[in-house]
Design a protein around this ligand. Sequence first.
Ligand code: HPA
Length: 273
Amino acid sequence: MSELRKHIEEALAVIRKHTSSKPEIGIVLGTGLGDLANEIDKEVEIPYQDIPHFPLSTVESHAGKLIFGTLSGRPVVAMQGRFHYYEGYSMKQITFPIRVMKFLGVHTVLISNAAGGMNPLFRKGDLMVIVDHINLLGDNPLIGPNDDELGPRFPDMSEPYSKELIALAEKVALEEKIKIQKGVYVAVAGPNLETRAEYRFLRAIGADAVGMSTVPEVIVARHMNLRVFAVSVITDECFPDALQPVDVEDIIRTANEAQPYLTRLMKRVAERL
Ligand code: HPA
């Protein structure tokens, strides 16, 4: 058994002492987008610090936890608190919880993030369903020996975001009268925001939105053949020729204002998976 598999088994053993829950859906919530967690009928919460090999939040005021329960009657596991590369965690640490979710029985992961909009048709507050991504993090969680029992050495990336779930989200959005955009997400390491020249570059290579998360989790999810659905909340407009200084409070305010729509979209999608 690989070292990674051993670590997964050790984490599972502790989780199994708390719950026998068999979640089908895994949820990863972005910064300022924790409302969906409040919609979960909670059964058990396990602090990350109690689970072997889970990264520990250092910067966040409240430490993260895994939440087990049901969302619209479906068994789910949600990460309250996620990890970013810019915080100094390795790619393997960031994606370890996704590995554990797979072994808990999860077949689909729902992910959200806050991102800067570069497509000039996007406005702040818009929701963008991610249809593809570009990894500019300069690192990859799959580097190193491959455990063939977890997934292939050279995983396919022709459909990282499930076309079926994107179509479902479009249907749900129409029914619920929620405006959605679709686009390509580019992940950068951060933590600084981009220069005008960088936004121009990122737009030119085909990205609609830029952020500092999600791609590591998606790569690992696809390595293990989990279905992925992800949404960016466009929290600021990153138009290089009309760029305003970033206002982090405004970004958080925008994320909060968009939250009810994101929550409703995710909930309705989860119901119909
Ligand atoms: N870049 C620019 N704007 C943003 C980002 C980012 O990574 N995340 C949220 N808004």
